[in-house]
Write a protein that binds this ligand. Structure first.
Ligand SMILES: *Cc1c(COP(=O)(O)O)cnc(C)c1O
Length: 392
């Protein structure tokens, strides 16, 4: 497989092979805690990584291996390692690569739990964390130039879909010898390739688009082989591994990744354009809109603008409270990236820990709704939004 093939061909065929034992097209689920050997010599050689072989599923498992291989191939990475959740992937990456006295640089709009790692958890281990306004490129660049061992980025961000110039920031960090990490959860490998833009590591909450069906939690880190191996060794010791059954479900989901994400791109763009024209909507945030401040950069670094948009209703939180339950095809829930449309105000999801004042200070309007579009027919979603708007 090569990068020239289309996203759906890649989603279906990358890393697929006929099972040598059974001829199965679909890889079997290898549900085993431990793997047996006929001789101690063989066992020892496998345990010392002198020959290939699995020992214990906290370390490696054939089904999770295949999932890792597939994500690495989709991202164009050398290697991947997987986790029980996205936060396990993020936390393990940060703890494996940072230590006392080191400097990490990131942005305020990183995923909520990630942000709290930088402001609450890592500083307890004497790691210097420098957290900047997402759009203050000048301050981020100054920090990178001054002292930066690890640059952690996310684009587009939650919930107002801010866009960072990945190539520019990664390029500068690389010149300074820093490790660069990008959370690519919102964009997916279908829409954005951080490795091509120079990133050392790419992280996913696989719970979202990679899974796509809202039924499995998972995380994955992929990128440079030596860094991924360092993270893998840390994971072996701390233990937040992905289990074989979840890996199997993820592999099943990945076959439709291209199909789903391209549909979600289309739906989201059409709905963002529709919402922009509605008098009861004050603002729409979607990187595919020309009105979006990050549109030009998004056009440069993304091949699709993703399935998440957000918009502000006139009438604030009261209007949101009346509007959301009217939607027939949208679940009020905290997930995103699944085939069903999922909605919620940041006050109950991404920014639940903040006070009203803190949310306003963070540029999140009271009447904001995050709309993570599913794969439904766009005319139905439009009619649904229209009917709910008429009722407020
Ligand atoms: C959900 C999410 C995470 C955390 O992933 P979990 O699987 O919930 O642990 C990290 N980053 C982004 C951008 C997310 O949306």
């Amino acid at each position: 497989m090569n990068q020239k093939e289309g996203p759906s061909t890649r989603s279906v065929h990358l890393c697929s092979r006929i099972d040598p034992l059974t001829g199965a097209i679909v890889p079997p689920i290898i549900e085993n805690s431990a793997f047996a050997y006929h001789t101690l010599e063989e066992w020892r050689a496998a345990a010392l990584h002198q020959v290939p072989g699995h020992i214990y599923s906290r370390n490696t498992n054939p089904t999770t291996d295949l999932f890792e291989e597939k994500v690495a191939a989709l991202e164009g990475a050398e290697k991947a390692t997987s986790f029980a959740t996205g936060m396990a992937a993020i936390s393990t990456t940060l703890f494996a690569l940072l230590g006392p006295g080191m400097h990490a640089v990131t942005v305020k709009d990183a995923y909520g739990a990630t942000y709290l790692h930088f402001v609450q958890i890592l500083p307890r281990f004497d790691i210097d964390c420098h957290v900047f306004e997402t759009e203050d490129t000048g301050a981020i660049e100054t920090a990178i130039e001054k002292n930066c061992d690890l640059l952690y980025l996310e684009s587009p961000t939650n919930p107002t879909l801010k866009v960072l110039d990945l190539a520019r920031l990664i390029g500068l960090a690389q010149q300074k010898g820093a490790i660069t990490v990008v959370d690519n959860t919102f964009a997916t490998p279908i829409n954005q390739s951080p490795i091509t833009l120079g990133a050392d590591l790419v992280i996913h909450s696989a719970t979202k688009y990679l899974c796509g069906h809202g039924d499995v939690l998972g995380g994955v880190v992929c990128g440079k082989k030596d860094l991924v191996e360092t993270i893998f060794r840390h994971r072996e010791l701390t233990g937040p591994s992905l289990d074989a059954h979840s890996a199997y479900l993820m592999l099943r989901s990945l076959k439709t990744l291209g199909l789903r994400v391209q549909r979600q791109n289309k739906n989201a763009l059409a709905l963002a354009q529709f919402l922009e024209k509605q008098p009861k909507v004050t603002q729409v945030f979607y990187p595919g809109l020309e009105s979006h401040p990050g549109h030009e950069i998004a056009k440069k670094q993304m091949s699709g603008f993703g399935g998440v948009l957000s918009f502000e209703l006139k009438g604030g939180y009261e209007a949101v409270k009346h509007f959301l339950p009217q939607l027939k095809y949208a679940y009020m829930a905290a997930n995103l990236g699944q085939v069903e449309t999922i909605v919620g105000p940041p006050a109950t999801t991404s920014h639940v820990e903040l006070t009203d004042q803190e949310r306003t200070a963070a540029g999140i309007p009271e009447g904001l709704i995050r709309y993570a579009v599913g794969i439904e027919d766009v005319d139905d979603l439009k009619a649904d939004l229209n009917a709910a708007l008429e009722k407020i």
